[in-house]
Ligand binder design. Structure first.
Ligand code: PMV
Length: 316
C-alpha cells in the first residue's frame, strides 16, 4: 500500500487545446506554480483480493478514467492485478482548481511505486500528462515549465525554480465550490474552433518570455501584467469557441474589478483564473494578509486560502 501527495498548480501561462487528444500533447509551453494548501492525497494498493478496481472518493466517469490510467501502468509492469484507490482533496473538486492535476500526479506516483516501477521525474511527468495534461506540472517542485515537445517522449514538465525560491503567494478566492458543468477535457476539444485560437498560440512566446523574466528577477511588476494578460487571452478563446464556454461568473468579474481598484490604490496584486469561476490572486507574501483581509469582506466570497509555492508530488 503506497500513499502519495501531489499539489494542484496555478498556471501563469496556460495549457488550452490539445494537438493530440489521446496523448494530451499541448499546443504551447506552459508555466505554473504548485500550491501548498490545495493538494490530493492518494493511496493505492494492488492485490489479488480485488476483483475490479475500487476507487473511493470518485464517481462514474472519473472512476473509469482512473482505471484506464492504472491500465497504462499495469501494462508497463506486465501486471494484471486490480487496485484499491482512495483519494482525498483539500479543496472543492471540479471548481477550476485543478483537481485533475493533483489527482493524476498523486495517482501516477502512488501507483508506480505500488507496482515497484522505478521512474525518474521526467517519466512520471510524461505518464501524469497522459492522465490529465496539467498533472505533468504537479510532479516537479515549485515553479514549473511544461515544454510542448515534439512527441510524447519529450512533452514533460521540469522545475524552473524550487518552492523556496520566491515568497510568492496565491490567495485563492472561492466564489463557487460546486462542480462546473463542462469539464476542461471537453473544453480543450473545442478550443481550436475559436477564431482567436491560433493567434493566441502565435503570440504566446512573448508572454512566456515576460513570465520567465518576472520569475528570474523576482519582479511582480513584470510577472503580474503578463499572467493577467494570459488569463484574459485564454478565457477569450474559451468564450469564443463553439460551443462557447463561460467559466467566469458575475462573481468572478466582481473580484477582478476589485483587484484592479486595489492596484490603483497601490497594492501590488494580480489575478489569474483557470477552468472555473474562482480567482487566484498573486501577490508577494508581505501583502498576502492584506489581500486576504480585503477579499474576505467582499460579498459572495465563500472562502479564501493563502497558498505558498509547494514541492511537487512525493511519497508519504
Ligand atoms: O489538465 P486539464 O485538462 O485540467 O486542463 C487545465 C486547463 C487550465 O487549467 C485551464 C489551464 C492550465 O494550464 O492549467
Amino acid at each position: 500500500m503506497v500513499t502519495a501527495v501531489a499539489p494542484a498548480n496555478i498556471a501563469f501561462i496556460k495549457y488550452w487545446g490539445k494537438r493530440d487528444e489521446a496523448l494530451r500533447l499541448p499546443w504551447n509551453d506552459s508555466i505554473s506554480m504548485n500550491l501548498s494548501e490545495a493538494y490530493t492525497t492518494t493511496t493505492v494498493e494492488f492485490s489479488p483480493r480485488f476483483t475490479k478496481d475500487e476507487v473511493e472518493g470518485l464517481e462514474g466517469e472519473e472512476v473509469a478514467r482512473v482505471s484506464k490510467h492504472l491500465d497504462r501502468l499495469r501494462k508497463l509492469k506486465g501486471n494484471a492485478l486490480f487496485a484499491h484507490v482512495e483519494t482525498k482533496n483539500t479543496f472543492p473538486k471540479g471548481s477550476g482548481i485543478a483537481s485533475s492535476a493533483s489527482g493524476f500526479a498523486a495517482l501516477t506516483l502512488a501507483a508506480a511505486k505500488a507496482l515497484d516501477l522505478s521512474f525518474d521525474e521526467k517519466e512520471l511527468s510524461i505518464l501524469a500528462r497522459i492522465g490529465s495534461g496539467s498533472a505533468c506540472r504537479s510532479i516537479p517542485d515549485g515553479f514549473v515549465e511544461w515544454k510542448v515537445g515534439e512527441s510524447s517522449e519529450d512533452s514533460y514538465a521540469y522545475s524552473l525554480y524550487p518552492s523556496d525560491y520566491w515568497d510568492l503567494c496565491d490567495v485563492l478566492v472561492i466564489v463557487a465550490s460546486s462542480e462546473k458543468n463542462i469539464s476542461s477535457t471537453k473544453g480543450h476539444e473545442a478550443a481550436t474552433s475559436s477564431p482567436f485560437f491560433h493567434a493566441r498560440v502565435e503570440g504566446i512566446n512573448e508572454r512566456i518570455e515576460k513570465v520567465k523574466e518576472g520569475l528570474k528577477k523576482k519582479d511582480l511588476g513584470i510577472l503580474g501584467p503578463a499572467i493577467e494578460e494570459e488569463a484574459i487571452n485564454m478565457h477569450a478563446v474559451m468564450m469564443s469557441q463553439t460551443p462557447s464556454l463561460f467559466y467566469w461568473s458575475g462573481k468572478t468579474m466582481d473580484i477582478i474589478q476589485s483587484v484592479i481598484q486595489w492596484r490603483d490604490e497601490g497594492l501590488p496584486v494580480y489575478f489569474t483564473i483557470d477552468a472555473g469561476p474562482n480567482v487566484h490572486l498573486i501577490c508577494e507574501a508581505n501583502n498576502a494578509q492584506e489581500v486576504s483581509r480585503k477579499v474576505r469582506i467582499l460579498p459572495n466570497v465563500e472562502s479564501v486560502v493563502i497558498n505558498k509555492p509547494a514541492q511537487g508530488a512525493h511519497l508519504v
